[in-house]
Design a protein around this ligand. Structure first.
Ligand code: HEM
Length: 525
């Protein structure tokens, strides 16, 4: 490197002796060329690497400005890439604690993390500056024509056409089919653990996939197709992790993800046609696809929204795949935590059971309705507290469309990623006393927690707020309520049970080791 610097200095000194500007330029160029041609390949390589490294460090310093973050990029260029391949919850927590705004730079990507409630809300509610960040490969897997990539007015307009699919009224249509799946899987969980405890992470993921697909596609999807998608869906999650190779190379993670997504969308296309035939025949909707086709055809009498064109089977299949994609990981996370929490707290499970039987006058076979679920006061508080205590989505990555003055003293540069974090707001001791304790009663009406609407960021906020939030609350109150009446759940606690694993969303690190036993008399509390 010294050789390079010395020859460059020499060249500069030589060039200043020339009197005429034009001649000087010519001389400089000639000298520079002669220096370069006299350099060895090694010297050129060292010079290029030095320039790239200096540029990377300099850009990091400029973008970082005054916010928290490492003084220098310790690992040049790649930054903390290796750590991000195996993200640790404790490292995220340390980052959030380091300042309201903090940063990292991975390869040349600059990432700003907004950790306070107000900054997180501000980012989520600034659609003119930011839009949801999708990894490059997501466009290939979910397809470029997919509605999730719409922005601004186009997104808002499309969303309006979907909102009607997940209202309470719509959910009441899907409940009978959902209840069958709940019964089937509770039996399956008992059967699976006849011989003893087992890890439930895969079983809960399968259950969530099955219930979502039955809700979205009704009887148009077969059990074998559900099983096929459920078995392979984790490949889509792995392919769409934030840090992944952007080019799809055969037999890599992203390739397997795309193969699974294509297979699922092909199945959904067939289901969409069956839904169209069903609605055309004048029959009542039974699943999301039916309800959507009917909305496209007839419009929404409740909101006054007019009929739009009938979307193609391919368009419907792509959108339904995004429902699965948005719901699968977060719902599986909630499922793991709620069963672990209830098994560890028999008093909580017992109270749910008492409420469920009281509401059904002691008859556990009374079918689910949305009115019944609305009355499940304590059970609903348990679902809400589980979501606060272990929020499945801890951060939502957004990308900055134009320079974004996120605070008085800091502007996020265009092209950077900005990540609002949801977890700190949900563990804020100002609002939730003893935030690390699981206390369903904190959600009683009029309480500090129930009034602090701004802290409730479990489902995000703003134009991209979760489409399925009512669906989540309703279907989980229904599930844990039925489970309390029909089964006993025993949790094998390990040192890792309360440790958090990050795999897109969060899970107990030991994968939840449970045993389900059928209750002898479900009508008894
Ligand atoms: C426990 C379960 C769930 C959690 C915690 C959750 C959370 C979230 C969060 C945090 C966002 C981002 C919001 C934002 O950017 O402000 C989101 C978006 C979304 N969620 Fe959920 N979600 C869950 C389940 C579901 C389900 C079951 C569905 C579908 C039926 C769904 C559909 C969506 C969709 C479509 C979006 C994107 C909306 C848009 O871009 O307009 N989610 N969800």
């Amino acid at each position: 490197m010294d050789v390079v610097l010395n020859s460059t200095t020499e060249a500069i000194q030589n060039s200043t002796t020339s009197a005429v500007a034009g001649q000087q330029f010519e001389l400089n160029t000639t000298t520079l060329l002669s220096i370069i041609t006299n350099l060895s390949w090694l010297q050129i390589a060292v010079a290029i690497i030095t320039i790239i490294l200096s540029y990377d460090q300099l850009m990091y310093q400029i973008r970082k400005g005054s916010i928290a973050g490492p003084r220098f990029k310790f690992w040049p260029i790649i930054g903390p890439f290796l750590e991000s391949l195996d993200p640790k919850f404790e490292e995220y927590q340390a980052k959030w604690a380091s300042g309201p705004l903090s940063c990292v730079s991975i390869f040349h990507k600059f990432v700003v993390i907004a950790s306070t409630r107000d900054l997180a809300r501000k980012v989520l509610q600034s659609p003119s500056y930011v839009k949801p960040c999708v990894v490059d490969v997501a466009v290939k897997i979910l397809r470029p024509t997919n509605w999730v990539f719409l922005d601004g007015k186009a997104h808002v307009d499309y969303r309006k056409g979907l909102n009607g699919l997940f209202t309470k009224q719509a959910l009441s249509v899907y409940l009978p089919a959902q209840e069958k799946i709940m019964d089937k899987y509770l039996d399956k969980f008992v059967e699976m653990t006849k011989e003893g405890h087992t890890e439930f992470f895969p079983a809960f993921r399968e259950y969530m996939c099955a219930i979502s697909l039955k809700t979205f596609c009704g009887d148009y999807i077969s059990d074998d197709q559900i099983k096929d998608i459920a078995d392979k869906y984790y490949q889509v999650t792995a392919a769409l992790e934030l840090v992944n190779f952007p080019i799809i190379i055969p037999y890599t993670k992203t390739w397997y993800g795309k193969v699974t997504a294509d297979m699922a969308m092909k199945i959904f296309e067939g289901c969409a046609q069956k839904a169209k035939d069903h609605v055309k025949a004048g029959k009542e909707p039974t699943c999301v696809m039916d309800a959507w086709v009917k909305l496209m055809q007839d419009g929404d009498s409740k909101t006054g929204r007019k009929a739009v064109r009938l979307f193609s089977n391919k368009e419907i299949s792509e959108a339904v795949f995004t429902f699965l994609f948005a719901s699968q990981d977060a719902s599986s996370s909630l499922c793991c935590w709620i069963f672990q929490i209830c098994a560890d707290r028999p008093d909580v499970f017992q109270k749910i059971r008492e409420e469920q039987l009281a509401l059904r006058n002691g008859d556990p076979n009374v079918p689910l309705t949305t009115e019944l679920i609305d009355k499940m006061h304590y059970t609903n508080m348990v679902v809400k507290e589980t979501l606060r205590y272990r929020p499945p989505v801890i951060m939502v990555p957004y990308v900055v469309k134009k320079s974004y003055p996120v605070s008085d003293s800091y502007t996020v540069p265009k092209g950077a990623m900005v990540i609002p974090t949801l977890y700190p707001a949900l563990h804020d001791p100002e609002v939730y006393e003893q935030p690390e304790e699981f206390i369903p009663e904190r959600w009683e009406e009029g309480s500090k927690a129930s009034e602090a609407k701004k802290n409730w960021l479990v489902f995000g906020t703003g134009t991209h707020v979760c489409l399925g939030q009512t669906y989540v609350m309703t279907s989980f109150a229904a599930l844990i309520g039925k489970a309390a009446m029909l089964v006993d759940v025993d949790h094998k606690v390990t040192p890792l049970s309360e440790k958090i694993k990050v795999f897109a969303t969060i899970f107990p690190k030991d994968d939840v080791i449970l045993k389900f036993t059928k209750r002898k008399d479900p009508s008894k509390v």
